[in-house]
Design a protein. Structure first.
Length: 108
């Protein structure tokens, strides 16, 4: 009967108070983002997706798209607002964005 009592005591403890005997190294491991490709002497990053857009009237009413770079996360440090004219080579991503969000205006 002693084993049953010990088991009852063990099960009554909050599991979140238990600590792992060995640290979990997977939580701290992350793959570095891809390096840029150099085109005409300038670093170029590949755009993974477009997540938002806005019209910036402080800059002559430019249409801006918020892009997420391939291998990066959607954070303020890793995403960037780019003018629509800089996304001419990514028309498919722009079209996919507007297909996903048809209520948002954009270039025609």
């Amino acid at each position: 009967m002693k084993i049953e009592n010990d088991l009852a005591v063990l099960l009554s403890h909050d599991i979140f108070m238990l600590k792992s005997a060995t640290p979990n190294t997977f939580l701290q491991h992350s793959r570095p983002p891809p390096v840029p490709v150099i085109i005409d002497g300038e670093p170029e990053y590949e755009i993974s997706k477009i997540v938002d857009f806005k019209i910036d009237c402080q800059r002559m009413c430019k249409l801006l798209y918020k892009v997420i770079w391939l291998g990066y996360k959607d954070t303020d440090n890793d995403s960037k607002w780019l003018p629509a004219i800089e996304l001419e080579h990514t028309k498919e991503l722009v079209n996919n964005f507007h297909l996903k969000y048809p209520s948002k205006l954009g270039l025609l």
